[in-house]
Design a protein. Sequence first.
Length: 495
Amino acid sequence: MASVFKRGGSRAKGYWYAQWYDHTGKRRSKCTRTTDKATAERIARKHEAEAALRRDGVIDPTLDAISKESQRTIEAHLADYKSKLQAAGRTDQYIRETLKYIREIAESGEFHNVAAIHADAVIRFASTLQDQEKSARTIQAYLTAIKGFTRWLSSHHKLPRDPLSSIKKPNPKADRRRERRMLLPEEWHRIERATQNGPNRYGMTGDERLLLYRTAIQTGLRSSELRSLTRGRLYFDAAPPYITCKAGSTKNRKDARLYIQDDLAASLKTHIATKAPKAPVFNLPHESNLARMLRDDLAEARRVWLKEAKDDPQEYAKREESDFLAVDNHDGETLDFHSLRHTCGAWLAMTGAHAKVVQSVMRHQTITLTMDTYGHLFPGQEADAVARLHSMLSDAGDDLPPEALRATGTDDLPTEHPESAQQLAQQSARERVQSGARACDDRDTGDAQKKTPKPLQIADLGDAGLDVATECESAPSRTRTLNLLIKSQLLCRLS
């Protein structure tokens, strides 16, 4: 039975508390927020009646709990969602951006609690971003954040269903506002000289900047991954030398091993000779200055390149119009610090590395991403492949390459294996005789008589024509002859 009481006894001042057993049999107590005992008793009986309805299945306890969770504020649920993202190993930057996107959408749609989230308001917010000429990639980031949040609310029984399941995200490839460009090998050689001879920039010497750029191009490491490198992560004694990056610093949350060339390993070894084991390898500036630092070195290299043609006005004008060593090229692609990673993948593809190797070095989740990004740079093999179809379309097999003939067993084996070649020739000769010749070789008569198969018993077909299969025929030839005879007589009887 439900009951009421006061803290410190019934004569004490303050609110009455209701006490009852819920549908699971657990004793509950709750403040009634009233000093009137009769009112408190009615509230207690109400709680007891609801518990009885839940025990009898009239009220679904699960739906009741979902209803209560849906009335909680957005911020209350975001605190739990943040914990979920942290447990999943998401980076701090990813968590900050995700929560920021969700709060902006909630503020725009005036969502005070999660039950108020609805698709129409979110679509209007996305339309507003389009009116502001935001890219499809930016809109996708907002929608990914809010859809992930509502999907989590639904799967954790905080909402009865996902209210945004019908919303489709735009394709970021359809409207990319920033396309990164790779460095051309000729550009890199000039940047290399300009950086090495250049002044200090953003707290880094020219030699250290050059080491940073070389490491980024050879390994494909991102800026945050380069920032996490310490002396203990460089392995120079291995063959070949390599760099490791902890899972906590990589984008895919997996340990990475990146191999480097011996000359870069020697330069890095000299660079970190006086550093502590846990000291960072590079003294990187703030992330917002990394692109500026690279662009300053790029601008210096272009200035030197233009200066070389100052005595030739025509050549100078031609170089000024060129996008060589420019931040933006004629295709609208731009250069930033991440372009060094893009250069790594592009150069690997251009050197003819297998697509799976490029995927492994770049640590792409799928081969589709690798091919979409660098597929156009792989050496073209389409023309050669089509040309090789001529040998397949020709009437004779003379045009087939030796490898193809050898695969079918019809070409001559290499001369260094004469025994195998002789065996193959004898086998081919036997097959030709057995398949088409009626005559038999007297030299094989003795062997044929020794291996003469037992006569076949053919019921109701008669013995006419059995003499066709002469005893001088080999076993396979005799069997084929008998089979043809049986088939012809069967056809005669059926006709």
